[in-house]
Design a protein around this ligand. Structure first.
Ligand code: NAP
Length: 208
């Protein structure tokens, strides 16, 4: 597929780029800091631009099949980034419609699973990271209300452990005792998902 990867310079994003190439996809990355993609520069198309700008996104997206997003605020989250995901979702949904690209797989956060008891994801999120919960909720709402073919992937704590391929997936729920997952495994699942039309309109919990 002709994929656009957003947040491509981040932890999950770099795994998405690496694994997408391994699978034989063609990859375009729209980034603010192209230097971080140096190891891939001969094998992918890199464009510099503003990921919160509809026109930059629209131009980058044209002619592609799908978008994978590992975009999110750098930690610790600055005040300026308090509603970053919401602004990103506004720009992305409009740009996708204008560019005629419908399929999008978005990495969100397990804190949004209100029904999770072990771990109590929503409660922990509300107590410890209320602004992240609010911002990720706004992002999901905007994308879910669009007419796009979306899938939300909600992981718990992300780690930099290696790929295992041995992770659990639950539609509409966080897998029980799902405390963490490696970015490499999240990327693997997102790449499986982008080609799986049965996952359109679904919110999926993943964990190791
Ligand atoms: N940390 C966790 O434990 C955890 C748990 C569950 C879900 N999540 C969510 O999962 C997603 C991926 O997390 P991650 O830790 O793999 O990502 P990350 O390493 O923090 O990378 C974030 C990516 O977003 C980009 N970005 C951030 N602000 C930007 C801006 N204003 N303009 C352009 N690009 C910008 C970064 O670009 P630069 O390289 O230019 O900074 C980077 O490519 C995020 O949405 C995060 O909220 C995180």
């Amino acid at each position: 597929m002709k994929l656009v990867i957003l947040g491509a310079t981040g932890g999950t994003g770099l795994e998405l780029v690496r694994q997408a190439l391994e699978r034989g996809h063609s990859v375009m990355a729209l980034v603010r800091s192209p230097d971080r993609l140096k190891p891939f520069r001969d094998r992918i198309t890199i464009k510099q631009g503003d990921l919160l700008n509809r026109a930059d996104l629209e131009q980058a997206l044209k002619g592609h099949d799908a978008v994978l997003s590992g975009f999110g605020p750098r930690v610790p989250i600055s005040k300026a980034d308090a509603n970053l995901l919401q602004r990103f979702a506004d720009a992305l949904t409009e740009a996708m419609v204008l560019a005629g690209v419908r399929r999008v797989v978005v990495e969100s956060v397990a804190f949004l699973f209100k029904n999770s008891i072990l771990p109590p994801a929503y409660l922990l999120g509300r107590l410890l990271f209320p602004r992240t919960v609010a911002d990720a909720s706004a992002m999901e709402r905007i994308i879910a209300q669009s007419k796009l073919d979306w899938t939300m992937v909600r992981p718990p704590e992300l780690t930099d452990k290696p790929y295992t391929g041995n992770y659990r997936v639950r539609e509409g729920h966080l897998p029980r005792f799902g405390f963490s997952i490696s970015r490499a495994d999240v990327a693997d699942f997102m790449l499986n998902t982008v080609e799986n039309r049965a996952s359109i309109g679904k919110v999926i919990g993943v964990s190791n």
